[in-house]
Design a protein around this ligand. Sequence first.
Ligand SMILES: Nc1ncnc2c1ncn2[C@@H]1O[C@H](COP(=O)(O)OP(=O)(O)OP(=O)(O)O)[C@@H](O)[C@H]1O
Ligand SMILES: O=C(O)c1ccc[n+]([C@@H]2O[C@H](COP(=O)([O-])O)[C@@H](O)[C@H]2O)c1
Length: 208
Amino acid sequence: MQQTLGIYGGTFNPVHFGHLALAHTLQDTFALGEVRLIPTGVPPHRAPDVSATQRLEWLKLSLIGKKNLVTDDREVKKGKVSFTFDTLTELQQEQPHSLLVWLIGGDSFAHLPSWYRWQELLEIGHLVVANRPGFNKLPVEIAGEFAKRQVEASPQALAQGKISVLPLPLMSASSTLIREKLARGEDVSDLSPIAAILQQSGLYYKNT
Ligand SMILES: Nc1ncnc2c1ncn2[C@@H]1O[C@H](COP(=O)(O)OP(=O)(O)OP(=O)(O)O)[C@@H](O)[C@H]1O
Ligand SMILES: O=C(O)c1ccc[n+]([C@@H]2O[C@H](COP(=O)([O-])O)[C@@H](O)[C@H]2O)c1
């Protein structure tokens, strides 16, 4: 049987239930032994107001007791901008016999042409896309790649250079929504597994 490794990168500013549902469903749908959640240190396209070590710490807390879901701190340790192409290349070198099964949301997928070496990125492993607003309005070059590469979401269909859609209904959870609610001092326990910690930290609170 083919060896596989699940990869899920994100800013996780902060972690929410949607992130966890995506990671679980990825693991389950493709029968992956392990999914690595990789927080960005210095993300290429944004500047989070909370440190990378803090975002990693919260992510770790939210994964306690979750078999097969683990954090990977390589991008946090780098201390400079991390490109997904470099991270996946590094992981592939470490595990030359594993197929990398990497996950992004539909909004990220729609912006893929702005990513570093995005066309080569599509060749590295098997990409899994989770539905999210934006996925239904793909730029033409991405729509073309998707049409050419799409296969069903199953362990048997896993293959280098292919793309599958994660079988999960649209989830409205987002870090933006959590940050907005915390800024107003509102409860976020329906959105994040670390709601109490976030509220106590006061980190996103804006006393206006
Ligand atoms: N609810 C969701 N449904 C589908 N994909 C999601 C969802 N939440 C996050 N993702 C995807 O997971 C990856 C990491 O997301 P990220 O950590 O930036 O969270 P986010 O909720 O998108 O944050 P923000 O609201 O700050 O943009 C991205 O590819 C994103 O598209
Ligand atoms: O490599 C790139 O050029 C690139 C550009 C934008 C985002 N990414 C990665 O995509 C993942 C999700 O990003 P974000 O900003 O939606 O949290 C995260 O792992 C980022 O490092 C990667």
